[in-house]
Structures are given as structure tokens and as C-alpha cells.
Design a protein around this ligand. Structure first.
Ligand SMILES: Nc1ncnc2c1ncn2[C@@H]1O[C@H](COP(=O)(O)OP(=O)(O)OP(=O)(O)O)[C@@H](O)[C@H]1O
Ligand SMILES: [Mg+2]
Length: 322
């Protein structure tokens, strides 16, 4: 079966006054049809740039090599016309801050309807009716009134619902949700995650769920990729990753996760130290300086992902669970 997204040896470097910054350093993974994959890792680990490359939205100073295939078609070298046919219809992105993607001077109704008119050839009238129905589907009250409002007239939670509605209008094969709840308060966060779960069930699309927070992806992801300093350090089925993390970095991330059963008013642990600076040349395991296990020996060479496809780890001395 052709994967929905197939990323092979993707490298993304930014040219910068201070030299080249390798933001993504040889990343390979697949997302299957209707699969939800969580991508987690600290800020700056390269999560967003992988998917910016897929969307053809990398900054001008970026150079990407390797391969990113969407339903078998190569996206990295794709002609803008070919990319525009896929982007926004079969492959969509829900951004961290919807304000950056909604056009401030256009009413919500125009922006939603335009997607249907452009990609489906629908009339403006039908597109508006469909947009209103979709807003209703994502639990936006008074959808007809909302169509006539500008983005700045909506709350952050409502704007995110509009972006979610826009992302599923054309029944996509893959929705990329980049930190979809970071800018929202906790109650709205839970509602948005629940909405994504329901829409996934309804439309059967694959979902790439990016977050720096394992707790956010916990309830939704089938599989989780853990990123550190531009590399994937562990891939595992979600339940397995939570039960038996094998990379020391994953184990540290899990320790930083709140649990309902935990004692109240206890300060959560934080991961000591800093990830490598952008542009720093990494010869070995990038996590070695912060790792409590066999750090000296780890520095000897760069670990590669090993293990079966659904449970890989890049650590010479993975955690054992005897
Ligand atoms: N235009 C650019 N020029 C130079 N460096 C860049 C540029 N865009 C991104 N980067 C660098 O690429 C690295 C990876 O960025 P990316 O946005 O993918 O991180 P992230 O894992 O999504 O982090 P966050 O959780 O904060 O969103 C960072 O070090 C960032 O500074
Ligand atoms: Mg990001």
C-alpha cells in the first residue's frame, strides 16, 4: 500500500550569516492512510520544518534534499502548480497561530468558500452554504453570522475551529496539525483535540500531530516519533512508547508529563541542560551531553535508528526493561 506521506533522508539547512544551520538532519519516516502520527520534541528540534518542506513553504534561505512523497508524488521538486493542486485540498495544515494563515482583510466566509471554488470548482453560493455547514460541524455557533465576520472579530478558539473547518473542507488525505492547541486555554485545548479525534473518525484522514508536549499527542496518536536536534531518536507505537520508552531522551520527556494520579501541588521535573545550539556540528549522539547513561561511550559515533519499523531507537545503550 502506498504510504500517504513518505519522507526519506530529508535534510534541511538554512544559510545564515554565521554559517549553515542544519535544522533537519537525515529524517526518514512514513505516515500510512488514516494513521495518526505524533511528532514530539523540544522547541527547535525541527518538527515544523519537516512539514513546511512537505507544504513547499520553507523560507527562502532553506535548502532541502532527500525525498518527501505524498501519495506517491514527489513534493520536494514539485512545480508550484502541481503543489497548489494538492496543498489546501488533499494535504492541509492547521497552524499554531491561525492569525498567521487567515487573511486579515477578508471575511471568514470568503476565505472558506474560496477553498471549495478553487479546488472543487463549486459555485460561490454553494461553497458558502457548504462552509456554513462545516462551521456548524466544528461546533461554531451562529455559523451564518460568522461567515460575515473578519478574523480579528473571533476569539482564538473560534479562529482555530475555522482553520480546522478549512483544513477538512475538501476531505484531505493528510492533515498536519502543528501545535494546534498551544495558543489556547486548557478547556478549549481539550475541546479542539476532541474535535480532531471526531473529524478523523468521520473523514478517515491521516493526521500528523506536532507538539512539544507528549500529553497532547497521548490520546490521539497511533505512533509517535521523538525528535532531538533535527534527528528522530525513537519511533514506537504510542502505547509501547509510554509503557517502555527506550531512548533516554524519551524517558526524560515522559518524566516531565503531568499525571492525574500524581500527588497534587508537586512541581513537575524539567529536563536539565540545553539542546545543541543551531548550527552546532553534531558528530555523535546529540543527547549525550544531557544523558545519564554511558555518555562517554555514546560520543564515539553517531547512532542510527535500529530495530523493527514500528519500534526503532537511536541509542547505543537503550533503556532495558528487564
Ligand atoms: N529561516 C530560518 N533561518 C534560519 N534558521 C531557521 C529558519 N527557520 C527555522 N530555523 C531554525 O530551524 C530549527 C528548527 O526549527 P523548527 O521550527 O522546525 O522547530 P520546532 O521543532 O518546530 O520548534 P517549536 O516547538 O518551537 O515550534 C530551529 O533551530 C530554527 O531556529
Ligand atoms: Mg514548530
Amino acid at each position: 500500500m502506498t504510504p500517504t506521506l513518505n519522507v526519506q533522508d530529508l535534510r534541511i539547512a538554512f544559510s545564515h550569516r554565521a554559517g549553515n544551520i542544519e535544522a533537519v538532519d537525515g529524517v526518514s519516516f512514513q505516515i500510512g492512510p488514516a494513521e495518526c502520527v505524533g511528532i514530539v520534541g523540544e522547541s527547535g528540534s525541527g518538527k515544523t520544518q519537516i512539514f513546511m518542506a512537505a507544504m513547499g513553504l520553507l523560507a527562502g534561505n532553506a535548502r532541502a534534499t532527500g525525498s518527501v512523497r505524498f501519495e506517491g508524488a514527489e513534493l520536494l521538486a514539485a512545480h508550484p502548480t502541481a503543489l497548489n493542486r494538492i496543498r489546501g485540498s488533499k494535504l492541509t495544515m492547521i497552524p499554531q497561530d491561525p492569525m498567521t494563515c487567515l487573511t486579515p482583510h477578508l471575511k471568514i466566509g470568503v476565505q472558506l468558500a474560496e477553498v471549495m471554488v478553487t479546488h472543487r470548482g463549486t459555485t460561490w453560493r454553494d461553497a458558502r452554504s457548504y462552509a456554513a455547514r462545516m462551521l456548524e460541524r466544528v461546533h461554531v455557533a451562529e455559523p451564518r453570522r460568522r461567515l460575515n465576520q473578519y478574523p480579528h472579530e473571533l476569539s482564538g478558539g473560534l479562529r482555530q475551529r475555522v482553520m480546522i473547518a478549512m483544513s477538512v473542507l475538501c476531505e484531505p488525505s493528510l492533515v498536519i496539525a502543528d501545535e494546534p492547541t498551544t495558543a489556547l486555554d486548557v478547556t478549549v485545548q481539550a475541546q479542539v483535540m476532541e474535535l480532531l479525534r471526531a473529524l478523523r473518525g468521520e473523514f478517515g484522514m491521516a493526521l500528523a500531530l506536532i507538539s512539544h508536549d507528549l500529553a497532547v499527542v497521548a490520546g490521539l496518536a497511533d505512533r509517535i516519533l521523538v525528535m532531538y536536534a533535527g534527528r528522530i531518536v525513537e519511533v514506537a507505537a504510542a502505547a509501547e512508547l509510554f509503557r517502555r520508552p527506550r531512548h533516554p531522551y524519551t524517558a526524560e520527556l515522559l518524566k516531565c508529563m503531568p499525571t492525574i494520579a500524581g500527588p497534587r501541588a508537586v512541581r513537575l521535573p524539567t529536563l536539565a541542560g540545553q539542546p545543541p545550539r543551531p548550527g552546532e556540528v553534531l558528530q555523535a549522539c546529540a543527547f549525550a551531553p544531557r544523558c545519564s547513561r554511558a555518555a562517554d561511550r555514546c560520543r564515539m559515533e553517531r547512532p542510527e535508528l535500529v530495530g523493527p519499523a514500528d519500534a526503532q531507537v537511536a541509542c547505543h545503550f537503550p533503556l532495558s526493561h528487564d
